[in-house]
Design a protein around this ligand. Sequence first.
Ligand code: ADP
Ligand code: MG
Length: 802
Amino acid sequence: MASRNQNKPPPRTPLTKISNQDDGPNDKRRKVTTGRIMGSTAASRRRQATAVVSNRQDAAVGGNAESVNEELESVKVEFTKEEVDVLINEKIRAKKFDLKGKMEQMNELINKLKLCIKWFQSNEEEHIQELEKLKSLLESAESRCTETETAMKNKEEELNKVIAELKQNIALLQNKLAEQESLKLDAINAHKREKEAMEELEKVHASLIEEHQRAKHEIMDVNQKFASVNADHKRLQEYNKSLQHYNRQLQADVATANDSVKRIEKEKSAIVENLSTLRGHHNLLQEQLTSSKALQDEAIKKKESLGSEIVILRGELQQVREDRDRQLSHVEELNATVAKYKDTTGKSFAMLDDLTSKSNALEERCSSQTEQIQILQHQLAAANEKLKITDLSTSEIRAEFEKKNRVVSELQERLREAELQIADGENLRKKLHNTILELKGNIRVFCRVRPLLPDDSHGTDPAVAFPTSGELVGRGIDLIQSGQKYPFTFDKVFSYDASQQDVFVEISQLVQSALDGYKVCVFAYGQTGSGKTFTMMGRPEAPEQKGLIPRSLEQIFQTSQALKTQGWRFKMQASMLEIYNETIRDLLSPRSTSSDIIRTENGGSGKQYAIRHDANGNTYVSDLTIVDVCSINEVSSLLQQAAQSRSVGKTDMNEQSSRSHFVFTLRIYGTNESTEQQVQGVLNLIDLAGSERLARSGATGDRLKETQAINKSLSCLSDVIFALAKKEDHAPFRNSKLTYLLQPCLGGNSKTLMFVNISPDPSSTNESLCSLRFAARVNSCEIGIPRRQTIRPLESSRLSCG
Ligand code: ADP
Ligand code: MG
């Protein structure tokens, strides 16, 4: 039965020689200082830490390692980033054969690293706790905030409703007010008009009364005049009568005078006789006669003047009569007018009454409306007051809300900072972890279990399980076969739901180091259908499902662009090959077809594809197409071309791709003009052929040959790895094309990572168990410490691209 311990590394043998000849000028790994102990008693604690370290050494010498660990745990040591960097980059310096010295240095270094890791773990825990606290704080603040927000929103809505109602009311009231005012204005206008009409009528009435009075006076005057004229007329008639009487008297007088004349004449005669006597008498009489004649003339004149006077008086009378008639008709007219006036005045009085009552009604209405308006204005004022209060409370709430928002943003800021710190810490952890692994010199192994597919056998539980608690979360995997559990531990275990990005994140540092001048080798191992190609290549057409190869290239191009600002220029060269039945096939060759393979196999093609390694550990394959690449697009089209070349070789029974090893190589030449530094890194990404055993594949003929070739190359791979692990003098690199091609990457100078791909299908349990056992053995192998390849400025050659 396999146990978790089976893949634990054997105790590390002291290093034979750590040379620093390859270290660049910037290599920080030379200097090592002890960790810093914080606090007021830092010096004493440092002494304590050092004491602990030296005690540990003593104890290690004395074989009491556990007590040392306990002591280590009891000490609280703190490190700065620089110290950690120094620690990481520390080099072991001892004389060539001073194994003990080296061992002690190693132990010391490991102790320091342990201290550092412990410190880092405690730091991380603190960070996580703080983060959780912050998160809970944030959540509570957010929930409070959302509560107040909703309350505020509700309140605001209510207030808005009230405001809207009030506004409606106000609008209604204002409308009403406007109506009432217009009514009032109408009424006032009507009232005014009526008043004016009434005034006019009153004036007319007064003038009529005056006229009536005047007419009455006139009538009276006329009556008086008439009476006086009548009296005059009577007097004149009487005078006329008296004149007629006088006239008649005068005529009688004249007759008597005539009689007297005759008698006088008779007497004359008598007197003539008595003439002498009488002459005297006669003269007297004559005189008497002339005077009487004068008197008569006078009377006649008087009579004539009286006659003319009568005519005048008659005319006057006539005139007076006419006058009187006219006056009478005028009086009649006036009477008629008076009657008419009386009539109209009666009517206008009624109208006046009507108007007065109307005006009274209007005034009443007006006053009631004024009252109503006053009430409405009161209401309006109250509503305005209320509005002001609600405005005030709204602004208060708003202020509170803003305060809360500020608190939230502060908390978010702190959370962000904490997250950044955690991310930094995580990066540091990864770096430290990498460093430890590098120092250990192990091949790192990541395990990835693909999800169950529709084609997998149904109705059965998956054959794998993952620890859900404890320190093995994310690192452990349990394989279950016929009720038995086989636990394994790797550097990282990806379960079904791990995305391509999740997987890439874990290897991105490794990819990055190719740009720093390391040889990096990532290969995927596992049976056919376990997800090797999906992991390495993915489905490039779906961005989410791109595999490690396209993602690594993207990162390399992005980082090389970013490094331009620091003076770095990179030149990249890509090549892709396939090893099928121990034959190399160039996937970027313009005429790459399946017949190529046959020709090559038969030695018919001119191309040899011979593998050579130079003194610097660089590998060359003769006749292999090498393409200069400057952008991810170029690499994408090359990958497409390679995929097409691979699919040409497909057979009916099985995909050839799963029967061949696919090797993608990217050589990176970097030069920094400002620092005159040059680096040369290699990134090998390898999709191995299916690892299933011969019995399982049940192959015959060609297929048998294929399977044998695959098994041979894979067993050669394990032979090489195990020989390296055992530090054997001779590792059988040359036994297969694959191991010979990868020699520099496996031989100790490179960073090697193996993915072991597992299918969760219960029918694959046997193969999965074999794969996991192989991976666990690989994981425990130490193949050496990776070294950065730098070129001294003078050696620099043809670097141009980038
Ligand atoms: P291999 O290369 O090991 O023979 P493949 O990569 O071709 O296996 O995977 C076999 C099938 O499983 C493919 O259809 C692939 O899309 C699918 N597959 C593998 N790994 C995953 C994964 N992590 N998520 C989803 N599908 C996967
Ligand atoms: Mg495949």
